[in-house]
Design a protein around this ligand. Structure first.
Ligand code: ASP
Length: 310
């Protein structure tokens, strides 16, 4: 994978996904040591290029790079020449001239990481582009479910919420399908993308039916920043119908886990009464985010074996 871009889960093979997960297991162990640092990427430079806000993803890419001893530069568009109307691609070319070893890109518009990858020599890692993909989120979700359930094959995963605007939903649909899970989506009709069933999922407008026998319940945030106004009922109506609470969770399997990519709107997509329902799973998602991003940086932006031996 060295030198390749990671733009989405859609283009990854099952074996590649499993390799990233296995590598992340090793990386997680590094995070448990007293000195959480290994020299693997010493002398490599990683640029975080976040055009859209982020808490978990940006921080965890930074921690991941630092744990591998890379030099990590956070590029903030608000203080850059983008304010002076420099185009995104010009910015990318300027960064490229500084010889980074990987560039991590987040942008509100789908396809921007691909366009940047077209002009950059360094591998580009997509950290979320519009409603398109968020590959490292799906990978950390797979890792979390694999730890909780032992394997992914044969599980039933129900993704609930704003599927239409969610890059997390899209990446997770590809990811869980590729690893052999049954994926269901549940949402109010305007939030179900047309032709979504072509991705191999079953769409439900009844949450109860979608939860029947589910092993994993993944709640998504309403993407207010991507709503064009017409799609959303009201917060109250949404939480009454699609918000996950204890009563609705009874339709899923007894040992079902509840996940959320964050940021969580308590009382909207997850009820307050779920606060004590194995809250560790959502924090494990965050913890696994660091391990997955370490694995991704190592596998995509590491040194070729011959180079590493020098
Ligand atoms: N943090 C995730 C993302 O960037 C989910 C969300 O924002 O709702 O897509």
């Amino acid at each position: 994978m060295i030198g390749r871009d990671l733009l989405g889960i859609e283009r990854l093979e099952r074996a590649e996904i499993e390799r990233i997960l296995d590598t992340a297991e090793h990386m997680r162990e590094i995070g448990t040591r007293e000195v959480k640092k290994v020299p693997t990427l010493r002398g490599r430079t990683i640029v975080n290029l976040f055009f859209e806000s982020s808490t978990r993803t940006r921080a965890s890419f930074e921690i991941a790079g630092k744990r591998l001893s890379a030099d990590v530069i956070n590029f903030s568009p608000s203080t850059s020449s983008l304010k002076k109307a420099e185009s995104i691609l010009d910015t990318a070319r300027t960064l490229d001239a500084m010889d980074p070893d990987a560039v991590v890109v987040r942008h509100a518009e789908a396809g921007v990481p691909q366009r940047i990858a077209d002009v950059l020599a360094a591998p580009v890692i997509n950290a979320g582009d519009g409603a398109h993909e968020h590959p490292t989120q799906a990978l950390l979700d797979l890792l979390t479910v694999r730890q909780e359930k032992g394997c992914i094959d044969g599980l039933t995963v129900t993704i609930v919420g704003d599927i239409l605007h969610s890059r997390v939903a899209r990446s997770n649909i590809y990811a869980f399908r590729k690893l052999g899970a049954e994926v269901r989506i549940a949402a109010p009709p305007p939030m179900i993308p047309c032709a979504i069933e072509a991705l191999g999922v079953k769409a439900y407008t009844s949450l109860r039916e979608a939860l029947e026998g589910a092993d994993v319940v993944m709640a998504l945030r309403i993407q207010n920043e991507r709503l064009a106004g017409a799609y959303f009922p009201s917060t109250r109506e949404y939480s009454a119908t699609f918000g996950i609470d204890r009563a609705k969770l009874r339709f899923a399997k007894d040992d079902a886990i509840v996940m959320h990519p964050g940021p969580v709107n308590r009382g909207v997509e997850l009820a307050h009464d779920l606060a004590d329902h194995r809250p560790g799973v959502i924090l494990d998602q965050v913890r696994n985010g660091v391990a997955i991003r370490m694995a991704v940086l190592y596998l995509f932006a590491g040194r070729q074996p011959a180079e590493a031996a020098r």
